[in-house]
Design a protein around this ligand. Structure first.
Ligand code: BT5
Length: 246
């Protein structure tokens, strides 16, 4: 799996850019990455704003054609998160994944991922767009304006990085984990996810669309969904903000 990377000076949102290209039937080749130095209207889940200033962070989307069902999309996000956490660890920075779509360094968010399943008109294969934002050269002032603790490679190491070289370097980690996902889905990721997110049996709460669900963390289901035990029932949760209770 080799990605074909296309760089743009300025894009509203790399995910929206790809979706428009697909709807307008422009021929985007499988495994294309659209990346920009200046994403001016990036977003996360539920249209939450994704902050990125000019030339400071990686903002890119991978276009991946897939014959897999939509329910496999969350675990692809999780494969990408493992790739990014491995990449960050390769810089001697302690990183871990956070369910369902984040990578943290010392409890501060350094990366967010937004994967979207898209139906391609007139084709009998569909695609997943994996949108990834990673804070690279963001400084402390910029990070402090974000409404939750955030960090960047620059804040952690004091070095500035070339965005182009960083993305090329990161691709080998993405290729490795996406290939694993392609072969056996979440099964190939489960051990690493449990190692990075901690053992089962802890009390957790999930805020999903302003509904709070409390229970005991029982691990992950076959597609990476969270399993929570409430009395005798096991509930499956697909998205939300997770909190481990002390
Ligand atoms: C995410 O959403 O974390 C997914 C973000 C995906 C961004 C990429 S960039 C390329 C592609 N194109 C797009 O338009 N999007 C994707 P969510 O879990 O909903 O988290 C959003 C929350 O993260 C915000 O409400 C803030 O609290 C926080 N946040 C925003 N910008 C941040 C940043 N640069 N670093 C750390 N946290 C940030």
């Amino acid at each position: 799996m080799t990605f074909n990377i296309q760089w743009y000076e300025k894009i509203n949102s790399t995910n929206e850019f790809l979706k428009t290209e697909i709807i307008n039937n422009h021929k985007i080749k499988n495994k294309t990455i659209i990346s920009t130095f200046n994403q001016i209207n990036g977003h996360g889940r539920l249209q939450r704003k994704w902050v990125s200033n000019y030339n400071s962070n990686l903002s890119f989307s991978i276009y991946l054609e897939s014959d897999k069902a939509n329910e496999k999309t969350p675990s692809l996000t999780m494969a990408a998160a493992l790739a990014i956490s491995d990449f960050i660890k390769s810089k001697n920075i302690p990183a871990n994944v956070k369910w369902p779509n984040d990578v943290l360094v010392n409890q501060k968010k350094i990366c967010g991922i937004l994967s979207e399943y898209v139906v391609i008109p007139n084709k009998n294969i569909n695609a997943i767009i994996i949108g990834i934002g990673i804070n690279i050269n963001m400084n402390i002032e910029e990070a402090s304006e974000i409404d939750q603790p955030a960090t960047s490679l620059f804040i952690e190491t004091g070095h500035q990085y070339s965005l182009k070289n960083t993305l090329s370097e990161l691709c080998k980690y993405l290729e490795f984990w996406i290939q694993k996902w392609d072969l056996s889905g979440f099964r190939a990721l489960k051990k690493e996810w449990i190692e990075q997110t901690g053992p089962v049996g802890r009390k957790i709460s999930i805020n999903d669309h302003n509904t709070i669900i409390n229970g005991i963390f029982e691990g992950y289901g076959e597609n990476g969904e969270l399993l929570i035990k409430q009395k005798e029932d096991i509930i499956k949760i697909w998205s939300g903000e997770i909190k481990y209770e002390k």
